[in-house]
Design a protein around this ligand. Structure first.
Ligand SMILES: [Zn+2]
Length: 158
């Protein structure tokens, strides 16, 4: 009794595949979401590349060239302007910058309240350090524990 029943079920499934609505869905062009998934390359697991993509987007592009406001030494050629604060920039590739790691600071990017000493026990991912121009010593910004620089005292140019 079992064998004929199983065969009948197979026949039904086979006929469904021939004209069922499911097959049409499978042949439909991929949705936009699917296409985006296909563009993602899981083999690109280089840590630096991922980090750059996470923080700067897929393309490294810059909103400005940042210079020291005092001596005009270039500080970064690849930065992102803050969405709200036009005088604030984020960068990971910097030059001519000195980091003062002797004092841990807390800094609030949203309110731009900055440069108060970090109380003991502050999580390391909330600690910032002063950054100054290596040429003249002007304070130009801060850097966080992930080496993301936040410049708030710079002269932007292109
Ligand atoms: Zn300077």
């Amino acid at each position: 009794m079992e064998k004929p029943m199983r065969k009948q079920r197979q026949d039904e499934e086979a006929s469904d595949e021939d004209s069922g609505p499911d097959e049409r869905d499978l042949n439909a062009p991929p949705t936009e979401e699917k296409q985006l998934e296909m563009l993602y390359d899981p083999a690109a697991d280089d840590a630096d590349e991922k980090w750059v993509q996470k923080h700067l987007g897929a393309d490294i592009k810059t909103d400005a060239v940042l210079n020291c406001p005092s001596c005009f030494t270039p500080l970064s050629y690849a930065c992102q302007r803050h969405e709200k604060f036009q005088n604030q920039f984020r960068a990971i590739f910097v030059l001519n910058c000195l980091i003062d790691r002797s004092t841990s600071l807390i800094y609030n990017e949203e309110t731009q309240e900055h440069l108060s000493a970090a109380p003991p026990g502050t999580p390391s991912d909330q600690v910032y350090f002063n950054v100054s121009c290596a040429h003249c010593g002007e304070r130009v910004g801060v850097v966080d524990s992930e080496e993301i620089f936040v410049f708030y005292n710079v002269f932007p140019s292109r």
